[in-house]
Design a protein around this ligand. Sequence first.
Ligand code: NAP
Length: 275
Amino acid sequence: MTLEDTGERQLDALYRPLSLFDVAGKTAVITGASGAYGRTIAIALASLGCRLLLASGSQNALSEVARAASAAGGEVELIRARPDSLDDASAIVGAAVAAFGAPDMLVVASGLNVPAMVDDAVLEEWQAVMDANVRGPWLMAKAFSAAVGERGRGKKILFVSSVRGRLGNAAGYSAYCTSKGGVDALTRVLATEWGPRGITVNAIAPTVFRSSLTSWIFADDDRGQAARARNVSRIPLGRLGEPEDLVGASIFLLSPASDFCTGQVFYVDGGYTAG
Ligand SMILES: NC(=O)c1ccc[n+]([C@@H]2O[C@H](COP(=O)([O-])OP(=O)(O)OC[C@H]3O[C@@H](n4cnc5c(N)ncnc54)[C@H](OP(=O)(O)O)[C@@H]3O)[C@@H](O)[C@H]2O)c1
């Protein structure tokens, strides 16, 4: 960075602070784009003028998200893939490179939970959660790093952790909590490895928000009502989350506003982890 760059940044920060959040024309790769958070951040980034490469395993859901993101103003390409292997991850990032050139941002919004108490849990299901939640982000980060090479400065990686990366949960969450603790550690390790190249790596950590993973907590049956009451009683802001609650923190962590912020797990949890 030159002195001139420093001067420009200072002028932007002092006199055009909203420009720090400008991501127009940047390219984002989003895995799990068919999911509640993936769809939400895809549309939000499209609204800000980003070019998007959307990936997920479900063609129909992916096409619907692509239509919504295009309607919001984004240029959108799709690939039906999950980051199960390095070939898959490279194909996802490669599709972005082919369409738009080296990507600026990676959002890993794919993830899985298969709750089971340890005594009843099946190893293959535990492994599937670890694979989706830890192996997937690791593979995507590796493919993203390879694609940006030495042009890393200002590039952004955003993972989705959870309050469960910090707190246990006696509801069959041994795989999920372990995997999200892994995401937190991976966030810190990659920040240290790639900081010198100017790539920032951060995670958002939500509490329960509405999605297919948590639809049972939002249900009106006895089980849902009990789970909702249990969770809400521990959230100082007094409600569960919605996908849109995650947008502000995500844009911060994907924009130049967070250029001096890396290796952080940012809780978007209504204060759940404060108490
Ligand atoms: N909802 C919550 O309360 C909550 C709280 C904290 C953290 N999170 C995290 O937020 C992220 C997004 O979840 P969400 O709540 O938006 O859930 P979601 O709506 O179920 O979305 C999950 C996405 O992951 C993909 N996926 C499913 N199984 C997969 C697998 N085995 N391997 C790779 N991808 C898979 C799905 O896409 P395809 O099936 O189309 O491939 C889907 O797009 C996840 O990391 C989740 O752990 C959620």
